[in-house]
Structures are given as C-alpha cells and as structure tokens.
Design a protein around this ligand. Structure first.
Ligand code: C5J
Length: 225
C-alpha cells in the first residue's frame, strides 16, 4: 500500500490493478477558440494551462500499464440524445448542433468535439462519449469499471465545477474512492475551481480527496519500485 499525500488526509493507493485514470472532456470544444466553451462567453486560454500536467499523468499511467478512461461530451448528429432544455439553454447566437468554426457544436465526430491532439487516446484506452455533464449518466462507465474491478479513480480534466465535479459526485455515490488532481483540472472561473476543491475535501472528504499532480506521480513511481 502506498499513500498519496492529499487533502483532507492521505489517500491510500491500492495495488495497481484497482486504480484507473479518468480524464474528463479535454476536448477542442472546451479548450480552443471557436468551440462550445468560447461560444458560451468564456476565455478558454485558462484551460490550456493544465495540458502539460494532464499529459504527465497520462504518460505515467501509460508507462505503468494502468487503465485509462477519457470522456467526451457530445451528441448524436440528430441530437436525439440532447434534451431540448440543454439545446435551448443560453442566449448566444450559436447553440448545440449549429455549425461553428470547428464544425457542428458539441456534436460527436465533428472536429471541435475531438480530444485535443496533445492528449489523443491510444487504441487500448477507453473513450466514453456522454450526453450529459456527468460521465455515468447515459453511459457504460459504471459497467466497464466494475468489469475491470476498478475501485479507485484519479480524476483530471475540465471544467472543475461542471463535468468534473458532477462525475466525481456520481462516482463517489457509486462507491469509488476518488482523488481529483488539483493542477490537472481547471475552470473558466478560478473562484469556482477553488470552491469545488474545498467542497470535495470538506467534512472529512465528503466527495473524496484532492492532491497536486507531483504527489500522485511520486506515489505511482513508488508503487512500481
Ligand atoms: C461544460 C464540461 N462546462 N466539460 N462541460 O459544459 O465541463
């Protein structure tokens, strides 16, 4: 057993077979100009700062042959999996399904909906496409994690208070031990990120743990030596 120095207290890292990396929505639609994030009025450059850190985690899990799951928020081309309420939300000129600078917004298979090239999944990694903010709603993620006997999740990605937090809460309710990597997650709103980290680890870790990537990487290294 290896411990990751974390808040609110050390996170126990189990034998490697029950641990997975879950990277949420590192898509062009959220990180690049012209995507869904920017069309909602956000400054997307903040999110790009975590890319090198997420890449370090990805490489560490790859080198230790640990399971990796990526998620993508997107909808079928006919939008049959997009609730009207979600599609109509907001007051911008362009909405989900409309054609933007990177193709149809938040539609699966469109250029803007892809994971950014720096973090492109390898063929042996699982990509979960999801119609909602949480990665468990309307997906097979829970089944796949149980099939692989995964009990512990190291979580990264964007945005901290929306898809990351929703997913972490869903995972926590399903009994997974979750740790959110503080410098491998980001929000368009720094204060929302900070509040989310605090909410997660409040009350003795009511939703889970948080730790910087360096602590996770150090523990992974130790667990394999
Ligand atoms: C949002 C996400 N913010 N990945 N999606 O709509 O957080």
């Amino acid at each position: 057993m290896v411990l990751i120095s974390a808040q609110p207290y050390d996170y126990e890292l189990p034998v490697s077979s029950s641990l997975a990396l879950l990277i949420i929505d590192m898509q062009r639609d959220f990180l690049e100009p012209g995507g869904f994030g920017e069309l909602l009025g956000n400054n997307v450059s903040r999110l790009q700062e975590i890319v090198p850190t997420v890449k370090l985690l990805l490489e560490a899990f790859r080198s230790q042959k640990l399971p990796i799951f990526h998620t993508v928020e997107g909808h079928l081309p006919d939008l049959s999996d997009c609730p009207r309420a979600k599609q109509r939300r907001g007051q911008g000129e362009l909405r989900i399904g409309d054609v933007g600078p990177m193709g149809r917004i938040l539609v699966l298979g469109e250029p803007g909906n892809a994971i950014i090239p720096q973090l492109e999944p390898l063929p042996n990694e699982t990509v979960i496409t999801k119609p909602g903010k949480g990665a468990f709603y309307g997906t097979k993620l829970d089944t796949l994690l149980h099939e692989q006997e995964i009990t512990h999740l190291i979580i990264a990605g964007v945005t901290t208070e929306v898809c990351v937090q929703t997913t972490m809460r869903e995972a926590n309710d399903r009994g997974f031990e979750c740790l959110l990597v503080e410098d491998a997650t980001e929000s368009y709103f720094p204060e929302f990120k900070q509040s989310t980290l605090e909410m997660i680890r409040a009350q003795g870790g009511i939703v889970g743990w948080t730790a910087p990537a360096a602590n996770v990487l150090q523990a992974l290294e130790k667990s394999h030596n």
